[in-house]
Design a protein around this ligand. Structure first.
Ligand code: 6GU
Length: 244
């Protein structure tokens, strides 16, 4: 998978991309992430990327030309590599809400272009005629799309086959199963008087699996009951929940 990120603040990505999962993903070469400063696609002396909004109002708006030209350059460079059209995703608070399901959908692509919006907004012609998708990571306002692009890239890259140590680790995740995860413990068996639940020390895998499912269900019921409506529940799950 290849991900191209267009931003005015490329330096924000260096640390994240050189750490842990991204580092491993890119070292193994099944993932390539390129960060571009779209200011380089301006032609005036001041490298202008933004301008005053037509109709007045506070703040500045990102101009369309540098973004169109940057996307064009990337598409030209990668021409012939894929058959599908490349998704061009604008990160903005106006986008559709990001979720594990959207991450899985994006992980099936071989190439993604992410555009980080900034200032008060982006010229609507970018939204209408350049971006093929618009994504928000939640109902709050960030000062730019950079952190959102990192969130999206992280969630997507860890779903690319071969990136995680073992492919099972992504399948068991919260949200992949539709439930929150069960509590985890490691050694020591007792810490400051707090013990690890007896069942986990039993060595009985069937009982442990049942306990974990129960914990995941109860925790989801308590914290995120909205997730239960969409979760894949067995008859036994439903019976357990009805007793609560
Ligand atoms: Cl993608 N961008 C900005 N600026 N704010 C956000 C967001 C994105 N998602 C949630 N808030």
């Amino acid at each position: 998978m290849r991900i191209d990120i267009l931003t005015l603040f490329p330096e924000m990505f260096a640390c994240v991309l050189n750490t842990a999962i991204f580092k491993r993903a890119t070292e193994r070469e099944n993932v390539r992430i390129n960060v571009h400063n779209f200011r380089e696609y301006t032609h005036d002396r001041h490298h202008t990327v933004d301008d005053y909004p037509y109709g007045g109002g506070a703040g500045m708006v990102l101009k369309p030309e540098p973004l169109f030209e940057a996307v064009d350059a990337i598409k030209t460079e990668t021409q012939g590599e894929g058959v599908q059209p490349v998704p061009v995703i604008l990160l903005s608070p106006q986008g559709r809400l990001f979720s594990q399901q959207v991450a899985a959908e994006l992980a099936r692509q071989s190439h993604l272009i992410l555009i980080c919006g900034h200032y008060e907004g982006v010229d609507e012609r970018v939204v209408e005629h350049l971006a093929t998708d618009e994504i928000s990571i939640g109902d709050y306002v960030l000062s730019g799309g950079e952190l959102a692009a990192m969130v999206v890239a992280d969630a997507v890259v860890r779903l690319v086959p071969g990136v995680l140590g073992s492919d099972v680790s992504a399948i068991d995740d919260s949200y992949a199963t539709g439930l929150l995860e069960y509590p985890q413990y490691t050694r020591p068996p007792e810490y400051q008087g707090w013990s690890v639940p007896e069942v986990l020390l039993s060595g009985n895998h069937a009982i442990i699996a049942r306990w974990r499912r129960e914990q995941a269900l109860f925790r989801t019921l308590k914290r995120r009951p909205d997730l239960l409506d969409r979760a894949n529940l067995s008859e036994q799950d439903k019976r357990l929940l009805s007793k609560k």
